[in-house]
Design a protein around this ligand. Structure first.
Ligand code: SAH
Ligand code: SF4
Length: 470
Protein backbone atom coordinates (compact mmCIF):
# COMPACT_ATOMS: atom_id res chain seq x y z
CA UNK A 1 0.00 0.00 0.00
CA UNK A 2 1.65 3.22 -1.15
CA UNK A 3 0.94 6.24 0.96
CA UNK A 4 1.57 9.78 -0.22
CA UNK A 5 2.70 12.03 2.60
CA UNK A 6 0.18 14.87 2.55
CA UNK A 7 1.09 18.33 3.84
CA UNK A 8 -1.53 20.98 4.54
CA UNK A 9 -0.56 24.10 2.61
CA UNK A 10 0.50 27.09 4.79
CA UNK A 11 -2.19 29.21 3.05
CA UNK A 12 -4.79 26.80 4.41
CA UNK A 13 -3.60 27.40 7.97
CA UNK A 14 -3.57 31.15 7.33
CA UNK A 15 -7.17 30.85 6.12
CA UNK A 16 -8.05 29.10 9.42
CA UNK A 17 -6.38 31.98 11.28
CA UNK A 18 -8.45 34.48 9.32
CA UNK A 19 -11.57 32.55 10.30
CA UNK A 20 -10.43 32.76 13.94
CA UNK A 21 -10.36 36.55 13.47
CA UNK A 22 -13.90 36.53 12.05
CA UNK A 23 -15.16 34.44 14.96
CA UNK A 24 -13.38 36.77 17.40
CA UNK A 25 -15.14 39.80 15.88
CA UNK A 26 -18.47 38.02 16.16
CA UNK A 27 -18.24 36.58 19.66
CA UNK A 28 -16.71 39.69 21.25
CA UNK A 29 -18.87 42.21 19.35
CA UNK A 30 -20.91 43.25 22.39
CA UNK A 31 -17.82 43.48 24.59
CA UNK A 32 -18.39 39.94 25.83
CA UNK A 33 -15.54 37.73 27.02
CA UNK A 34 -16.63 34.27 25.86
CA UNK A 35 -15.31 31.13 27.56
CA UNK A 36 -14.38 27.70 26.29
CA UNK A 37 -13.77 24.39 28.00
CA UNK A 38 -11.52 21.72 26.51
CA UNK A 39 -11.84 18.31 28.14
CA UNK A 40 -9.12 15.82 27.21
CA UNK A 41 -9.05 12.02 27.47
CA UNK A 42 -6.26 9.58 26.68
CA UNK A 43 -2.63 9.87 25.75
CA UNK A 44 -0.05 12.66 25.54
CA UNK A 45 -0.73 13.04 21.84
CA UNK A 46 -4.27 14.02 22.75
CA UNK A 47 -2.96 16.47 25.34
CA UNK A 48 -0.83 17.99 22.60
CA UNK A 49 -3.82 18.16 20.24
CA UNK A 50 -5.86 19.90 22.92
CA UNK A 51 -3.14 22.53 23.20
CA UNK A 52 -3.71 23.26 19.52
CA UNK A 53 -7.48 23.44 20.03
CA UNK A 54 -6.83 25.94 22.84
CA UNK A 55 -4.45 27.82 20.57
CA UNK A 56 -7.19 28.25 17.99
CA UNK A 57 -9.82 29.07 20.62
CA UNK A 58 -7.57 31.73 22.17
CA UNK A 59 -7.14 33.25 18.70
CA UNK A 60 -10.97 33.34 18.48
CA UNK A 61 -11.06 35.41 21.66
CA UNK A 62 -12.06 32.68 24.09
CA UNK A 63 -10.86 32.54 27.66
CA UNK A 64 -10.84 29.18 29.42
CA UNK A 65 -12.87 27.55 32.15
CA UNK A 66 -13.15 24.10 33.71
CA UNK A 67 -16.84 24.57 34.42
CA UNK A 68 -19.17 23.49 31.62
CA UNK A 69 -21.94 25.71 33.00
CA UNK A 70 -19.79 28.77 32.22
CA UNK A 71 -18.63 27.64 28.80
CA UNK A 72 -19.90 29.00 25.49
CA UNK A 73 -18.00 26.28 23.65
CA UNK A 74 -17.22 22.83 25.04
CA UNK A 75 -14.75 20.62 23.17
CA UNK A 76 -14.39 17.01 24.26
CA UNK A 77 -11.19 15.46 22.86
CA UNK A 78 -11.72 11.72 23.06
CA UNK A 79 -9.72 8.49 23.25
CA UNK A 80 -10.56 5.10 21.71
CA UNK A 81 -7.78 2.88 23.04
CA UNK A 82 -9.97 1.10 25.59
CA UNK A 83 -13.70 0.77 26.17
CA UNK A 84 -13.41 2.32 29.61
CA UNK A 85 -12.29 5.67 28.15
CA UNK A 86 -15.14 5.62 25.64
CA UNK A 87 -17.72 4.93 28.34
CA UNK A 88 -16.44 7.86 30.39
CA UNK A 89 -16.63 10.14 27.36
CA UNK A 90 -20.18 9.10 26.51
CA UNK A 91 -21.29 9.56 30.11
CA UNK A 92 -19.78 13.02 30.30
CA UNK A 93 -21.06 14.09 26.89
CA UNK A 94 -24.56 12.95 27.87
CA UNK A 95 -24.30 15.03 31.04
CA UNK A 96 -23.71 18.18 28.95
CA UNK A 97 -27.48 18.20 28.43
CA UNK A 98 -27.68 20.02 31.75
CA UNK A 99 -25.26 22.81 30.88
CA UNK A 100 -26.81 23.21 27.46
CA UNK A 101 -30.26 23.52 28.96
CA UNK A 102 -28.97 26.28 31.22
CA UNK A 103 -27.16 27.96 28.30
CA UNK A 104 -28.98 27.08 25.05
CA UNK A 105 -26.42 28.89 22.88
CA UNK A 106 -23.67 26.55 24.11
CA UNK A 107 -21.84 24.73 21.30
CA UNK A 108 -20.69 21.18 22.04
CA UNK A 109 -17.94 19.64 19.91
CA UNK A 110 -16.63 16.07 20.19
CA UNK A 111 -13.35 15.29 18.45
CA UNK A 112 -10.44 12.87 18.58
CA UNK A 113 -9.93 9.16 18.12
CA UNK A 114 -13.28 7.89 19.41
CA UNK A 115 -15.31 9.70 16.76
CA UNK A 116 -12.94 8.69 13.96
CA UNK A 117 -14.58 5.26 14.31
CA UNK A 118 -17.63 5.15 12.08
CA UNK A 119 -19.83 3.31 14.58
CA UNK A 120 -19.08 5.91 17.26
CA UNK A 121 -19.72 8.89 14.99
CA UNK A 122 -23.06 7.26 14.10
CA UNK A 123 -23.89 6.68 17.75
CA UNK A 124 -23.31 10.33 18.55
CA UNK A 125 -25.34 11.45 15.56
CA UNK A 126 -28.29 9.27 16.60
CA UNK A 127 -28.24 9.29 20.37
CA UNK A 128 -26.49 12.49 21.46
CA UNK A 129 -28.41 15.44 20.02
CA UNK A 130 -26.56 17.70 22.47
CA UNK A 131 -23.50 17.44 20.19
CA UNK A 132 -23.27 20.13 17.48
CA UNK A 133 -19.92 19.28 15.93
CA UNK A 134 -18.01 16.03 15.44
CA UNK A 135 -14.55 15.94 13.88
CA UNK A 136 -11.78 13.35 13.75
CA UNK A 137 -8.06 13.87 14.46
CA UNK A 138 -7.39 14.47 10.76
CA UNK A 139 -9.65 17.55 10.71
CA UNK A 140 -8.15 19.27 13.74
CA UNK A 141 -6.23 21.74 11.57
CA UNK A 142 -9.55 23.08 10.23
CA UNK A 143 -11.40 23.30 13.54
CA UNK A 144 -12.04 27.09 13.08
CA UNK A 145 -13.79 26.52 9.76
CA UNK A 146 -15.93 23.71 11.19
CA UNK A 147 -16.87 25.72 14.27
CA UNK A 148 -17.78 28.71 12.12
CA UNK A 149 -20.02 26.50 10.01
CA UNK A 150 -21.94 25.47 13.15
CA UNK A 151 -22.21 29.10 14.26
CA UNK A 152 -23.42 30.39 10.91
CA UNK A 153 -25.74 27.61 9.82
CA UNK A 154 -27.10 26.56 13.20
CA UNK A 155 -26.87 23.00 11.96
CA UNK A 156 -24.95 19.99 13.21
CA UNK A 157 -21.66 19.37 11.41
CA UNK A 158 -19.98 15.95 11.07
CA UNK A 159 -16.43 15.72 9.70
CA UNK A 160 -14.75 12.40 10.39
CA UNK A 161 -14.27 10.83 6.98
CA UNK A 162 -11.92 7.90 6.52
CA UNK A 163 -8.53 9.47 6.02
CA UNK A 164 -4.84 8.65 6.17
CA UNK A 165 -3.97 11.97 7.75
CA UNK A 166 -1.65 14.82 6.88
CA UNK A 167 1.01 17.03 8.44
CA UNK A 168 -0.07 20.58 9.30
CA UNK A 169 2.47 23.16 10.47
CA UNK A 170 1.82 26.54 12.00
CA UNK A 171 -1.29 25.83 14.08
CA UNK A 172 -1.22 28.12 17.14
CA UNK A 173 -0.53 26.28 20.40
CA UNK A 174 -1.53 27.27 23.91
CA UNK A 175 0.41 25.11 26.32
CA UNK A 176 -0.84 24.22 29.76
CA UNK A 177 2.33 24.58 31.80
CA UNK A 178 5.46 26.67 31.79
CA UNK A 179 7.96 23.95 32.71
CA UNK A 180 7.08 20.85 30.67
CA UNK A 181 6.09 20.78 27.02
CA UNK A 182 4.87 18.16 24.56
CA UNK A 183 6.36 18.30 21.10
CA UNK A 184 4.86 16.02 18.43
CA UNK A 185 7.49 14.83 16.00
CA UNK A 186 5.27 12.47 14.04
CA UNK A 187 1.69 11.33 13.74
CA UNK A 188 -0.10 8.05 13.08
CA UNK A 189 1.04 4.45 13.28
CA UNK A 190 1.79 1.70 10.74
CA UNK A 191 2.27 -1.16 13.15
CA UNK A 192 -1.21 -2.63 13.38
CA UNK A 193 -0.74 -4.50 16.63
CA UNK A 194 -3.76 -6.79 16.48
CA UNK A 195 -5.45 -5.39 19.63
CA UNK A 196 -4.97 -1.72 18.83
CA UNK A 197 -7.30 0.82 17.23
CA UNK A 198 -4.70 3.60 16.86
CA UNK A 199 -3.62 2.83 13.25
CA UNK A 200 -7.27 2.92 12.18
CA UNK A 201 -8.06 6.27 13.76
CA UNK A 202 -4.74 8.14 13.58
CA UNK A 203 -3.80 7.22 10.01
CA UNK A 204 -0.41 6.38 8.52
CA UNK A 205 2.95 7.24 10.02
CA UNK A 206 4.08 10.69 8.96
CA UNK A 207 6.98 12.67 10.33
CA UNK A 208 7.39 16.39 10.68
CA UNK A 209 10.44 17.80 8.91
CA UNK A 210 13.45 17.98 11.26
CA UNK A 211 13.64 21.76 10.69
CA UNK A 212 10.04 22.18 11.90
CA UNK A 213 10.72 20.10 15.02
CA UNK A 214 13.93 22.00 15.74
CA UNK A 215 12.32 25.40 15.26
CA UNK A 216 9.60 24.48 17.75
CA UNK A 217 12.13 23.04 20.22
CA UNK A 218 14.27 26.22 20.01
CA UNK A 219 11.20 28.33 20.65
CA UNK A 220 10.28 26.22 23.69
CA UNK A 221 13.78 26.62 25.11
CA UNK A 222 13.63 30.37 24.44
CA UNK A 223 10.32 30.53 26.34
CA UNK A 224 11.98 28.82 29.30
CA UNK A 225 10.59 25.29 29.08
CA UNK A 226 12.89 22.89 30.90
CA UNK A 227 11.47 19.49 30.03
CA UNK A 228 10.55 18.68 26.44
CA UNK A 229 8.91 15.38 25.51
CA UNK A 230 9.14 14.35 21.87
CA UNK A 231 5.93 12.52 20.98
CA UNK A 232 5.02 9.83 18.50
CA UNK A 233 3.28 6.44 18.59
CA UNK A 234 6.60 4.88 17.64
CA UNK A 235 9.33 7.51 17.64
CA UNK A 236 11.85 4.91 16.48
CA UNK A 237 10.43 5.00 12.99
CA UNK A 238 10.76 8.79 12.81
CA UNK A 239 11.96 10.07 9.44
CA UNK A 240 11.41 6.91 7.41
CA UNK A 241 8.68 8.55 5.38
CA UNK A 242 10.79 11.66 4.75
CA UNK A 243 13.64 9.81 3.12
CA UNK A 244 16.06 12.55 4.17
CA UNK A 245 18.43 10.27 6.08
CA UNK A 246 17.58 11.72 9.51
CA UNK A 247 16.43 9.01 11.92
CA UNK A 248 15.18 9.40 15.48
CA UNK A 249 18.62 9.13 17.07
CA UNK A 250 19.87 11.88 14.71
CA UNK A 251 16.92 14.06 15.63
CA UNK A 252 17.63 13.55 19.35
CA UNK A 253 21.18 14.70 18.80
CA UNK A 254 20.00 17.78 16.89
CA UNK A 255 17.62 18.75 19.71
CA UNK A 256 20.41 18.08 22.21
CA UNK A 257 22.61 20.57 20.33
CA UNK A 258 20.20 23.43 21.04
CA UNK A 259 21.95 25.61 23.65
CA UNK A 260 20.30 25.82 27.07
CA UNK A 261 19.69 23.88 30.28
CA UNK A 262 16.78 21.54 29.59
CA UNK A 263 15.86 17.86 29.47
CA UNK A 264 14.72 15.86 26.48
CA UNK A 265 12.32 12.95 26.88
CA UNK A 266 10.46 10.93 24.31
CA UNK A 267 7.69 8.40 23.96
CA UNK A 268 6.83 5.83 22.80
CA UNK A 269 9.55 3.47 21.59
CA UNK A 270 8.52 0.25 19.89
CA UNK A 271 10.91 -2.56 20.86
CA UNK A 272 11.02 -3.88 17.30
CA UNK A 273 12.78 -0.68 16.16
CA UNK A 274 14.83 0.38 19.20
CA UNK A 275 18.45 0.30 18.09
CA UNK A 276 21.86 0.31 19.68
CA UNK A 277 22.38 3.65 17.95
CA UNK A 278 19.43 5.05 19.92
CA UNK A 279 20.82 3.83 23.26
CA UNK A 280 24.29 5.14 22.44
CA UNK A 281 22.85 8.50 21.43
CA UNK A 282 20.82 8.70 24.64
CA UNK A 283 23.93 7.94 26.66
CA UNK A 284 26.04 10.51 24.78
CA UNK A 285 23.54 13.39 24.73
CA UNK A 286 23.80 15.17 28.06
CA UNK A 287 20.30 16.66 27.86
CA UNK A 288 18.61 13.37 27.06
CA UNK A 289 16.88 11.91 30.11
CA UNK A 290 17.89 8.38 30.98
CA UNK A 291 14.34 7.18 30.76
CA UNK A 292 13.08 4.64 28.26
CA UNK A 293 9.42 3.73 27.98
CA UNK A 294 9.57 0.45 26.11
CA UNK A 295 6.18 -1.29 26.09
CA UNK A 296 6.63 -5.06 26.17
CA UNK A 297 2.88 -5.95 26.29
CA UNK A 298 3.52 -9.63 27.09
CA UNK A 299 6.28 -12.01 28.15
CA UNK A 300 5.03 -14.90 26.02
CA UNK A 301 6.30 -15.44 22.49
CA UNK A 302 2.99 -17.01 21.42
CA UNK A 303 1.05 -13.96 22.61
CA UNK A 304 3.58 -11.47 21.19
CA UNK A 305 3.20 -13.14 17.82
CA UNK A 306 -0.59 -13.08 18.04
CA UNK A 307 -0.30 -9.39 18.93
CA UNK A 308 1.84 -8.81 15.81
CA UNK A 309 4.54 -7.14 17.91
CA UNK A 310 7.42 -8.42 15.72
CA UNK A 311 9.85 -9.21 18.56
CA UNK A 312 10.39 -12.08 20.95
CA UNK A 313 10.81 -12.22 24.70
CA UNK A 314 14.49 -12.94 24.14
CA UNK A 315 14.94 -9.91 21.88
CA UNK A 316 13.21 -7.69 24.40
CA UNK A 317 15.39 -8.93 27.25
CA UNK A 318 18.50 -8.36 25.15
CA UNK A 319 17.40 -4.82 24.36
CA UNK A 320 16.68 -3.96 27.97
CA UNK A 321 20.13 -5.29 28.92
CA UNK A 322 21.83 -3.37 26.13
CA UNK A 323 20.09 -0.12 27.06
CA UNK A 324 21.21 -0.57 30.67
CA UNK A 325 24.73 -1.33 29.54
CA UNK A 326 24.84 2.11 27.90
CA UNK A 327 23.01 3.80 30.79
CA UNK A 328 23.46 2.02 34.11
CA UNK A 329 21.13 4.57 35.76
CA UNK A 330 18.39 4.02 33.15
CA UNK A 331 14.78 4.20 34.33
CA UNK A 332 12.91 1.58 32.32
CA UNK A 333 9.12 1.61 32.18
CA UNK A 334 6.64 -0.45 30.19
CA UNK A 335 3.03 -1.15 29.20
CA UNK A 336 1.47 -4.58 29.62
CA UNK A 337 -1.82 -5.99 28.41
CA UNK A 338 -3.38 -8.72 30.54
CA UNK A 339 -5.99 -11.08 29.12
CA UNK A 340 -5.22 -10.82 25.41
CA UNK A 341 -7.61 -13.28 23.67
CA UNK A 342 -6.60 -16.84 24.52
CA UNK A 343 -3.82 -15.90 26.96
CA UNK A 344 -3.35 -18.95 29.20
CA UNK A 345 -2.23 -19.23 32.82
CA UNK A 346 1.22 -20.32 31.62
CA UNK A 347 1.49 -17.43 29.19
CA UNK A 348 0.51 -14.97 31.88
CA UNK A 349 3.12 -16.56 34.16
CA UNK A 350 5.69 -15.78 31.45
CA UNK A 351 4.72 -12.11 31.66
CA UNK A 352 5.19 -12.18 35.43
CA UNK A 353 8.59 -13.81 35.08
CA UNK A 354 9.71 -11.31 32.46
CA UNK A 355 8.72 -8.44 34.77
CA UNK A 356 10.67 -10.02 37.63
CA UNK A 357 13.63 -10.42 35.37
CA UNK A 358 13.63 -6.91 33.91
CA UNK A 359 12.64 -5.16 37.15
CA UNK A 360 10.78 -2.27 35.55
CA UNK A 361 10.81 1.01 37.45
CA UNK A 362 7.13 1.38 36.62
CA UNK A 363 4.57 -0.64 34.71
CA UNK A 364 1.36 0.60 33.13
CA UNK A 365 -0.96 -2.37 33.10
CA UNK A 366 -4.22 -2.76 31.19
CA UNK A 367 -6.87 -5.43 30.88
CA UNK A 368 -7.40 -6.24 27.21
CA UNK A 369 -10.30 -4.32 25.74
CA UNK A 370 -11.95 -5.52 22.54
CA UNK A 371 -11.80 -2.89 19.78
CA UNK A 372 -14.20 -2.96 16.83
CA UNK A 373 -12.51 -3.79 13.53
CA UNK A 374 -9.19 -5.03 14.95
CA UNK A 375 -7.99 -8.59 14.22
CA UNK A 376 -7.90 -9.53 17.92
CA UNK A 377 -11.61 -8.76 18.24
CA UNK A 378 -12.42 -11.95 16.32
CA UNK A 379 -9.88 -14.20 18.07
CA UNK A 380 -11.34 -16.88 20.34
CA UNK A 381 -11.28 -15.75 23.96
CA UNK A 382 -12.33 -18.53 26.34
CA UNK A 383 -11.15 -16.82 29.52
CA UNK A 384 -13.54 -14.98 31.80
CA UNK A 385 -13.38 -11.43 33.03
CA UNK A 386 -12.73 -12.84 36.51
CA UNK A 387 -9.63 -14.72 35.25
CA UNK A 388 -8.33 -11.53 33.70
CA UNK A 389 -9.04 -9.50 36.81
CA UNK A 390 -7.17 -12.06 38.93
CA UNK A 391 -4.16 -11.81 36.60
CA UNK A 392 -4.37 -8.05 36.57
CA UNK A 393 -4.36 -7.94 40.38
CA UNK A 394 -1.35 -10.27 40.53
CA UNK A 395 0.55 -8.11 38.06
CA UNK A 396 -0.35 -4.91 39.92
CA UNK A 397 0.93 -6.44 43.12
CA UNK A 398 4.20 -7.39 41.48
CA UNK A 399 4.53 -3.98 39.86
CA UNK A 400 3.96 -2.21 43.18
CA UNK A 401 6.46 -4.42 44.95
CA UNK A 402 9.18 -3.82 42.34
CA UNK A 403 8.52 -0.05 42.18
CA UNK A 404 8.69 0.10 46.00
CA UNK A 405 12.01 -1.77 46.01
CA UNK A 406 13.43 0.40 43.26
CA UNK A 407 12.36 3.53 45.08
CA UNK A 408 14.00 2.36 48.29
CA UNK A 409 17.33 2.20 46.45
CA UNK A 410 17.13 6.00 46.02
CA UNK A 411 17.08 6.66 49.78
CA UNK A 412 20.18 8.50 50.98
CA UNK A 413 21.18 9.54 47.47
CA UNK A 414 21.46 13.14 46.29
CA UNK A 415 19.92 13.83 42.89
CA UNK A 416 19.32 16.74 40.56
CA UNK A 417 15.59 17.19 40.04
CA UNK A 418 13.41 19.60 38.11
CA UNK A 419 10.78 21.28 40.29
CA UNK A 420 7.59 21.24 38.22
CA UNK A 421 4.67 22.24 40.41
CA UNK A 422 2.89 22.48 43.73
CA UNK A 423 1.29 19.48 45.41
CA UNK A 424 -1.29 21.44 47.38
CA UNK A 425 -0.21 19.51 50.47
CA UNK A 426 2.05 20.15 53.46
CA UNK A 427 4.81 19.70 54.40
CA UNK A 428 5.98 18.53 50.96
CA UNK A 429 4.44 21.37 48.97
CA UNK A 430 6.48 20.94 45.79
CA UNK A 431 6.62 18.19 43.21
CA UNK A 432 9.64 17.48 41.08
CA UNK A 433 11.00 14.84 38.72
CA UNK A 434 14.32 13.07 38.60
CA UNK A 435 16.20 12.84 35.33
CA UNK A 436 14.60 9.40 34.88
CA UNK A 437 11.14 10.86 35.50
CA UNK A 438 10.51 9.57 39.04
CA UNK A 439 8.29 11.78 41.20
CA UNK A 440 9.95 13.49 44.18
CA UNK A 441 7.99 15.46 46.78
CA UNK A 442 9.86 18.12 48.72
CA UNK A 443 9.43 21.27 50.79
CA UNK A 444 10.49 24.59 49.35
CA UNK A 445 9.69 28.01 47.97
CA UNK A 446 7.23 27.85 45.02
CA UNK A 447 9.60 30.28 43.29
CA UNK A 448 11.75 27.21 42.63
CA UNK A 449 9.21 25.89 40.11
CA UNK A 450 11.02 25.59 36.81
CA UNK A 451 14.48 25.24 38.39
CA UNK A 452 16.81 22.30 38.67
CA UNK A 453 17.79 21.71 42.31
CA UNK A 454 19.74 19.08 44.25
CA UNK A 455 17.75 17.03 46.73
CA UNK A 456 18.66 14.32 49.16
CA UNK A 457 16.14 11.47 49.11
CA UNK A 458 14.97 10.79 52.66
CA UNK A 459 11.99 8.46 52.22
CA UNK A 460 10.02 6.61 49.57
CA UNK A 461 6.97 4.49 48.87
CA UNK A 462 5.55 2.65 45.86
CA UNK A 463 4.54 5.78 44.03
CA UNK A 464 6.97 8.50 44.99
CA UNK A 465 10.20 9.62 46.58
CA UNK A 466 10.51 12.26 49.32
CA UNK A 467 13.49 14.56 49.56
CA UNK A 468 15.10 17.61 51.14
CA UNK A 469 16.83 20.46 49.36
CA UNK A 470 20.59 20.41 49.84
N1 SAH B 1 2.05 3.54 20.49
C1 SAH B 1 2.24 3.16 21.80
C2 SAH B 1 1.02 2.86 22.61
C3 SAH B 1 -0.25 3.52 22.39
S1 SAH B 1 -1.58 2.86 23.30
C4 SAH B 1 3.05 1.89 21.79
O1 SAH B 1 3.00 1.12 20.88
O2 SAH B 1 3.70 1.67 22.78
C5 SAH B 1 -0.93 2.77 24.94
C6 SAH B 1 -1.03 1.42 25.55
O3 SAH B 1 -2.38 1.03 25.66
C7 SAH B 1 -0.39 0.30 24.77
O4 SAH B 1 0.97 0.21 24.96
C8 SAH B 1 -1.12 -0.93 25.28
O5 SAH B 1 -0.48 -1.47 26.41
C9 SAH B 1 -2.47 -0.36 25.69
N2 SAH B 1 -3.53 -0.79 24.77
C10 SAH B 1 -3.64 -0.52 23.45
N3 SAH B 1 -4.74 -1.12 22.94
C11 SAH B 1 -5.32 -1.78 23.96
C12 SAH B 1 -6.47 -2.61 24.07
N4 SAH B 1 -7.24 -2.89 23.02
N5 SAH B 1 -6.78 -3.12 25.29
C13 SAH B 1 -6.00 -2.86 26.36
N6 SAH B 1 -4.91 -2.10 26.31
C14 SAH B 1 -4.55 -1.58 25.13
FE1 SF4 C 1 -1.07 0.65 18.77
FE2 SF4 C 1 0.97 -0.96 18.25
FE3 SF4 C 1 0.76 1.39 16.96
FE4 SF4 C 1 1.37 1.34 19.56
S1 SF4 C 1 2.60 0.50 17.89
S2 SF4 C 1 -0.13 2.66 18.56
S3 SF4 C 1 0.19 -0.39 20.32
S4 SF4 C 1 -0.63 -0.34 16.79
Amino acid sequence: MKYERRVIAPEEIRRQERICGEILDMVTADGARPLAMVDTYGCQQNEADSEKLRGYLAAMGYGFTQDEFEADVVVVNTCAVREHAEMRVLGNVGALNHSKKARPSQIVAVCGCMVQQEHMAEKIKKSYPVVDLVFGPHELWRFPELLQRVMQRHKRVFAAEKNEGAVAEGIPVRRDGKVKAWLSIMYGCNNFCTYCVVPYVRGRERSREPEAVLAEARELVRQGYKDITLLGQNVNSYGRDLGGGVDFADLLRMVNDIPGDFLIRFMTSHPKDATEKLFRTMAECEKCAHHLHLPVQSGSDRVLKAMNRSYTREKYLAQAALARQYMPDLVLTTDIIVGFPGETEEEFAETLSLCEQVCFDAMFTFIYSKRVGTPAASMPDPYTRADKQRHFDALTELSNRISGEKHREYEGKTLRVLVDGETGREPCNLSSRTNGGRLVHLQGDPALIGSFVDVKITASNTWALYGELV
